[in-house]
Structures are given as structure tokens and as C-alpha cells.
Design a protein around this ligand. Structure first.
Ligand code: SF4
Length: 328
């Protein structure tokens, strides 16, 4: 498993690549965003090999747990790119140990993303579990007077692929103590309105942190079976972040690009009806060109073309969006 990563949102401020850290590997699918999970594809491809002896079965990598304590140069670290730390097969004492490493390795900034929002919220609000993290952290070298909760160097995020999961996971994140809370809307599979959670909120719900969500990442799906996104979905989230003054990062368009974005020269050579789909703005369903009936109308549907992840690029209406949270 490579430990440096090309993931754009893990990049350091000086432009150098960040790292991944996988003290746990393996997972099970939980929602539509998991359908084409890249971690599963890689782990199952190498099942039985040294890197993934048990494929995508959930496994604690005991020899990896303390790795960040040995990395001298401060860096951003994406935690568990090959798993979900809050999976129910990961013992909570191991999760406490992994949090203790993050507490003790204060020079690094950790980015932890989950689809298991409920277990995350429950553990991170549990005083007994938090005390276990503190005890383990001091055991790993953190001076007792430097203990802080929430961990100042941990950015905590939930995945949001559509409105259904936004409505469930985002409030759970807003009820979880974290120095930075972020959303990863990738792969984005439908329109999402998260405006009520962005930045300072006036929610009266019990347990809600009023500083809300600090950072949003969007991205289209990549890979062989990638589903296309409607460009309006990205634009809408970009605009919601701008209105709330929240940092916005557009990671990639995915394998597809809207026909408007294919420049004139490429259109002439690369336009290929077999690679074209129409994407519905409200629910993401797709149709091929041949499926259009004579009475169908195109209003609101996006015409997208499969051009490959590299060609689809990272631009949204002619510019990139690379903001990191202000508290970083
Ligand atoms: S939660 Fe993440 S790692 Fe687990 S199956 Fe879904 S996409 Fe893959």
C-alpha cells in the first residue's frame, strides 16, 4: 500500500503530497456511494497476496497502528483510505488506540472520513471512551498537559452522495465534537442541499455544535463503472458554500464531462454518440441517445460525454476550486 497519496485534498500547504495511513483495511458496503468502491476492487484483486491476505475482510493492521508516530515531517494524513474506521467489526478499544496515535502525533493533521456517522457520534461523545483515548495517548508520549478534546489536529468528515444521506449523516456530524467538520460529496449521485448546516447555524437541536460544517469537497465518480454527475449538482454546492463563507474544494469531474465543457476542437474529433448519456437533474437517472422518444424533451437534463478522468479534469465553469478550511 503506497503511503504517499495523490489525493488532492490531502495535499500539504507547500504542494507536497500527503500520506495515507491504514491501521484498518476491509469494509462492507452500506449505501449507494459504495457501489463501485475502489478499496474493495484493489483489496480483492490482491486477496491472498502479502498486501491483502484477507482481501476486503475487515482486519486491524497491528503493525501499522503506530506508524504516524515515526513520521517526523509534519504532513496531512488521510486515515483509512481502504476502510471505514467506525465499521462495527472494529473494536472500540482499537479505535481508541488509533485516536490516541492521532493525539500523540500532534505535528500531523489527520483527515478521517466515514459513512458510519452514528457510531462516530456515539463514541466521540462518550466520556468513558474519550478518557480511554486520553490515557492511551499519554502512554504513547503525549505530555499530559497537552491533552485537548476534540483533537485539534483531526478533521472529521462524512460522505454525502445524495440528499437522503445528507439528511442523516450531516446532522450526526454536526453533533460530533471536531476541530474541523467536513463533507465529502464524492461520488456525487444527486442534487444535495446542505445549506442549513454550512458555517454557523442557529439550530436549537440538542447536542448540535453551532459552528456547523467548515469544509465541503465535491467530486464525480471515476473508474470503469463510473456514474455521471449532472454539473448543476456541483455548481449548487459551490454556490451554497460561497453564500455561507465555507471553504469549497472540487476534487474532480470524474470520467464524464458535460458536452458544453468539451471544447470546440475536441467536439469535432471526440464527439461520439455511444459515449453520451443524458442525466436527469433531480434523480440522476440516465438515458442513452437512442432511448429518447419523439415526445421526450431535454429540459434540465445534462448531456454528458465519457472522456476519461484526466480529460474531464477538475475545472468547474473554467476554474478550479482548491480551498481548505480556514482553521487549518
Ligand atoms: S464505506 Fe468506504 S470503504 Fe467501505 S465499502 Fe463503502 S466506499 Fe468502500
Amino acid at each position: 500500500m503506497a503511503e504517499t497519496t495523490t489525493i488532492e485534498w490531502t495535499r500539504n500547504d507547500d504542494g507536497t503530497p500527503g500520506r495515507t495511513w491504514n491501521p484498518v483495511t476491509g469494509c462492507t458496503k452500506i449505501s449507494a456511494g459504495c457501489d463501485n468502491c475502489y478499496a474493495e476492487t484493489i483489496a480483492e484483486r490482491f486477496r491472498g497476496h502479502a498486501a491483502f491476505p484477507k482481501g476486503f475482510d475487515v482486519q486491524i493492521r497491528t503493525t501499522k497502528v503506530n506508524d504516524p508516530l515515526t513520521w517526523r515531517k509534519p504532513t496531512r494524513i488521510f486515515v483509512n483510505s481502504m476502510s471505514d474506521l467506525f465499521h462495527n467489526e472494529v473494536d472500540q478499544h482499537w479505535i481508541a488506540d488509533i485516536f490516541a496515535v492521532m493525539a500523540a502525533a500532534r505535528r500531523h493533521t489527520f483527515q478521517l472520513l466515514t459513512k458510519r456517522h452514528a457510531r462516530m457520534r456515539s463514541l466521540l461523545n462518550d466520556p468513558v471512551w474519550i478518557d480511554e483515548v486520553r490515557t492511551r495517548a499519554t502512554g504513547k508520549g503525549l505530555p499530559a498537559d497537552q491533552w485537548q478534546w476534540p483533537l485539534p489536529n483531526l478533521w472529521l468528515g462524512v460522505s454525502v452522495e445524495n440528499q437522503q444521506w445528507a439528511d442523516i449523516r450531516v446532522p450526526a456530524l454536526a453533533q460530533t465534537p471536531a476541530a474541523v467538520r467536513f463533507l465529502s460529496c464524492e461520488p456525487l449521485l444527486g442534487p444535495v442541499d446542505v445549506s442549513e448546516w454550512l458555517g454557523d447555524t442557529d439550530s436549537d437541536e440538542p447536542g448540535m455544535y453551532r459552528d456547523g460544517i467548515h469544509w465541503v469537497i465535491t467530486g464525480g465518480e471515476s473508474g470503469r463503472k463510473a456514474r455521471p454527475a449532472h454539473p448543476d449538482w456541483f455548481r449548487s454546492i459551490r454556490d451554497q458554500c460561497a453564500a455561507a463563507g465555507v471553504a469549497y474544494f472540487h476534487k474532480q469531474n470524474g470520467e464524464w464531462t458535460s458536452r458544453d465543457a468539451v471544447d470546440a476542437e475536441a467536439k469535432a474529433s471526440a464527439w461520439d454518440e455511444k459515449r453520451v448519456l443524458y442525466v436527469h437533474p433531480a434523480d440522476g437517472r440516465t438515458q442513452t441517445h437512442g432511448q429518447w422518444g419523439i415526445n421526450d424533451h431535454l429540459e434540465g437534463w445534462a448531456c454528458v460525454q465519457r472522456v476519461g478522468k484526466k480529460n474531464a479534469g477538475r475545472e468547474l465553469e473554467g476554474r478550479t476550486h482548491d480551498a481548505f478550511p480556514a482553521t487549518a
